[in-house]
Design a protein around this ligand. Structure first.
Ligand SMILES: Nc1ncnc2c1ncn2[C@@H]1O[C@H](COP(=O)(O)OP(=O)(O)OP(=O)(O)O)[C@@H](O)[C@H]1O
Ligand SMILES: [Mg+2]
Length: 290
């Protein structure tokens, strides 16, 4: 795994330990996926997402943007196997998702750390759950590696309540990276970190995935972050979320090797387009009845 300071040179492709012999092409496939939440007490059924048809190619970095409450988290929860679609299907490697699996790791929007466990024990938890995947002898080394990567060396024995929000978020990222899963599901993973750390972590994430060829589904509220990292950006409409548009980001990688990526005409053009789509959604939300 590359170190935290160094930006990568030429990435050396090598398979991740969890990689399977899946045929190349679509790794994740949602067809007409609809998600709803029942509130039995109020006898309300809230449709969070409607008729989502979307494929994610193996090794692709798919960014998702959309207004708050439009169903972004719900979508990756369906891929993770935490939320079951009420209509349509979500498949991974051609198999319908029926629950969580070792091939997918999630970075949760609300960190979801175990408060009674130290930082290192929180990270170890991901490996304990996937017994056999990471040999016991390797676990300590892996923990040290990911803690270095997220800049939390020295905090191994700290408890979550002793850390800031951004630090807790980085523990969540370390926990997802430690098993090197084929699919990384990241729900606003850098939302709580400061701007400098955020940029360093974006660069680090890009270098990791260029090396490991992991497939990433990444939710963000930052248009710039979506363009900087994504191969495609999915714009989700207001709830019930539908796919408004899928925008290709035609910028070469490694993006962080570009000194002035944000001034690239294609970056600016993509940004303008995404802004227009999202402002439209924001106006739509204001126009909705309360
Ligand atoms: N467990 C739940 N029970 C009931 N309703 C839920 C649940 N989770 C989400 N919802 C509802 O589903 C809709 C979509 O929520 P979701 O968390 O997927 O949105 P989001 O796009 O991730 O929003 P944000 O950007 O604010 O994180 C919202 O209206 C929310 O109230
Ligand atoms: Mg969310």
């Amino acid at each position: 795994m590359p170190n935290v300071q160094g930006l990568p040179g030429t990435p050396v492709p090598h398979p991740t330990p969890t990689e399977t012999d899946a045929p190349s092409g679509d790794l994740i496939e949602a067809v007409g996926a609809t998600a709803a939440y029942e509130n039995r007490r109020a006898r309300i059924r809230l449709i969070a997402l409607r008729d989502i048809t979307l494929s994610v190619r193996k090794g692709e970095f798919l960014a998702i943007v959309g207004p708050s409450g439009c169903g972004k988290t719900t979508f990756i929860n369906m891929i993770a196997g935490f939320v079951k679609p009420v209509g349509g299907t979500v498949k991974v490697r051609g198999q319908e998702v029926t629950g969580p699996g070792a091939d997918r790791a999630m970075v949760f929007q609300n960190y979801a750390l175990l408060p009674w466990r130290t930082v290192e024990a929180n990270i170890a938890f991901a490996m304990e759950n996937k017994r056999g995947q990471v040999p016991k002898a390797e676990r300590a080394e892996r923990i040290a590696e990911v803690l270095q990567l997220v800049g939390l060396k020295g905090f191994e024995k700290s408890y979550p309540h002793e850390l800031s929000g951004g630090m807790q978020q980085r523990v969540g990222i370390a926990r997802a990276l430690v098993t090197k899963p084929e699919i990384l599901l990241m729900d606003e993973p850098f939302g709580a970190v400061d701007a400098m750390t955020r940029e360093a972590m974006q660069a680090e994430l890009e270098s990791i995935i260029m090396e490991t060829k992991q497939t990433v589904v990444f939710i963000t509220h930052s248009i710039d972050e979506a363009i900087t990292l994504g191969d495609r950006v999915v714009v989700v409409s207001n709830r019930p979320g539908t796919i408004r548009e899928v925008v290709d980001v035609e910028l070469p990688r490694p993006r962080f090797a570009h000194q002035d990526l944000k001034s690239h005409p294609r970056f600016q053009e993509t940004r303008r387009h995404l802004w227009a789509l999202l402002s439209d959604e924001a106006l739509g939300a204001k126009g909705e009845p309360a």
